[in-house]
Write a protein that binds this ligand. Structure first.
Ligand SMILES: Cc1cc2nc3c(=O)[nH]c(=O)nc-3n(C[C@H](O)[C@H](O)[C@H](O)COP(=O)(O)OP(=O)(O)OC[C@H]3O[C@@H](n4cnc5c(N)ncnc54)[C@H](O)[C@@H]3O)c2cc1C
Length: 501
């Protein structure tokens, strides 16, 4: 059901205005009054996530602390046709947790307990609001850690990580969130509890765990997550490699992988990102380099020594101007400190930045980076690149000033052009930040209507009324027609009845 239709039916189900007051009464009849927020000053802190260009004050915020309270909230909202947006830590960069003015924002912030650490099976079961880094901190004394490490790991929640299938520096070797979880519990739109996946290696039936991972709050509310824990590697070292040409740095990434080395992390910063980061963190990055790579290898001491020398050989052959290998853990942490602080560093050189997220085959890195540079000139806007080069996962940061009229619109158009560039090189419009509201129109460019129709069929199976996070992630065919991006099949446009604008 389209969101506009939904608003009309919500009105009806609650018997007309004032709808908000009626919903408050129905929620507080079954939930503690202090977890149902409705005053403007209480709602305003929830008006945006990490994509702050989009803002919307929610109608009501519910802050449950038990699964039973989540079930009650979902049951009441479902019965009254009220849409629900789940929210973890609100660090998402695609507006997935943007509230709705006629909906409930369901915050999982109070679900912050680690429930079980199973060292025999190397598993931890945690509540969805637990911060990503808190999992590794809780098991560090056991020599264990949780591998996926988004740069936002100090703040983002594991529930948000599952909903976005988040990645990070170490995902090149150890996989994304989807490869590092074994079981979740969800509450369905009707308020039922479901266990998905299992602690066994494989489960029969459709792989619903994979389906839920990256579902951006459209299929259910995640209320518990069981993650895999890994043994901390004996040793890790990072090579900081400088280049005088972005093309050489891009080609070196492909060459490292081609040589059969599997780095634990392989990241790249271009000159604008290097300069901003170095002036902020003083990590020792060479400010005159056109690009740097940070290449980490880990394993036993013998493996690390062998791999790091192979990395040195490859990058020197590819034209590196400088190679520095971390001498100890303190220097390794310093090299990474720059990378991890690269996004905040942009805040020092620009009032606003727009973080794009696209994926391309590694061999296209150099071409696409050059293409982004050309687009930057065409749109007259600065851009800094800092990204997971080993995964081919780009993060062009477009610098802009939201207070200047038209700059946000120009930035979004620039972002759209970057998405198209990624697709032209065989890539995808998103790597790890999800679609949310930000990329919803680009979904029409990436997917044919037949595939979008299948996405809608999956959504309908979980959420027939379309109440979970409506208007995000999967565009309606009508929206694609309005965007002018319907795919032409055999010379015929699908849905000729829809108006093309
Ligand atoms: C500085 C910075 C650096 C970042 N670096 C990375 C990076 O390296 N890699 C990366 O992948 N991402 C990165 N991100 C993006 C973001 O941190 C991730 O997408 C993260 O997983 C979002 O988690 P969250 O708890 O903040 O989720 P939110 O922003 O609250 O929500 C994100 C989406 O998940 C849904 N959701 C949240 N919790 C639940 C739940 N319990 N049940 C169902 N749906 C839910 C929401 O509805 C929304 O659609 C970065 C963000 C910032 C600000």
């Amino acid at each position: 059901m389209a969101h506009a239709d939904l608003a009309a039916s919500t009105e009806q189900a609650l018997g007309g205005a004032p709808r908000k007051q009626q919903l408050i009464e129905r929620l507080t009849a079954e939930l503690p009054a202090d977890i149902v927020l409705h005053a403007d000053e209480d709602l305003r802190p929830f008006e945006c996530d990490g994509l702050s260009a989009y803002r919307q004050v929610p109608m009501i915020v519910v802050l449950p602390s038990t699964i039973a309270q989540v079930q009650t909230t979902m049951r009441i909202c479902h019965a009254n046709d009220v849409p629900v947006v789940a929210r973890g830590a609100g660090t998402g960069l695609s507006g997935g947790a943007l509230p709705l003015d006629d909906g409930v924002l369901l915050s999982l912030a109070k679900f912050n307990r680690i429930l079980d650490i199973d060292t025999d099976n190397r598993r931890a079961t945690v509540q969805p609001g637990v911060r990503n880094l808190a999992i590794s901190e809780a098991v560090s004394h056991l020599g264990l850690y949780y591998a996926p490490d988004p740069s936002s790991q100090i703040a983002c929640s594991i529930g948000g990580n599952v909903a976005e299938n988040s990645g990070g520096v170490h995902c090149l070797k150890y996989g994304l969130t989807t490869h590092n979880i074994v079981q979740i519990e969800i509450v369905t739109v009707e308020g039922e509890r479901l266990t998905i996946g299992s602690s066994a290696l494989d489960s029969p039936g459709f792989d619903l765990l994979a389906l839920m991972t990256g579902s951006e709050g459209l299929l259910g509310v995640i209320v518990e997550v069981t993650v895999k824990l890994l043994a901390k590697p004996e040793l890790a070292r990072v090579a900081l490699v400088a280049f005088d040409d972005v093309r050489k740095a891009g080609d070196a990434v492909a060459a490292i992988i081609q040589a059969g080395i599997v780095p634990a992390g392989l990241e790249m910063l271009d000159n604008p990102a290097i300069v901003a980061t170095e002036e902020f963190v003083h990590a020792g990055y060479p400010k005159d380099a056109a690009a740097i790579l940070l290449c980490e290898v880990d394993g036993t001491e013998a493996e690390v020594e062998e791999d790091i020398e192979r990395v040195r050989e490859v990058v020197e052959r590819e034209g590196a101007t400088e190679v520095r290998i971390s001498r100890d853990d303190a220097e390794r942490a310093l090299f990474w400190a720059g990378r991890k602080a690269a996004f905040p560093a942009m805040g020092r050189i620009s009032p606003d930045y727009y973080c794009m997220d696209g994926t391309i085959p590694r061999k296209a890195l150099a071409e696409v980076l050059i293409g982004i540079g050309e687009l930057s000139e065409e749109y007259g806007q600065r851009v800094a690149n800092v990204f997971h080069a080993g995964d081919g996962n780009l993060h062009p940061l477009i610098l802009y000033d939201a207070n200047q009229e038209g700059e946000l619109e120009r930035t979004e158009a620039f972002g759209g052009a970057i998405c198209r560039l990624c697709l032209e090189h065989g890539g995808s419009i998103t790597g790890e930040h999800g679609v949310g509201v930000e990329k919803i129109d680009q979904m029409c460019v990436q997917f044919p209507s037949a595939e979008l129709t299948q996405f809608h069929a999956v959504k309908e199976a979980f959420d027939p009324k379309g109440l979970l996070n409506p208007g995000k992630a999967v565009p309606t065919l009508h929206r694609c027609a309005e965007f002018g991006a319907m795919h032409v099949h055999n010379g015929e446009l699908p849905h000729p009845e829809l108006e093309r604008l």
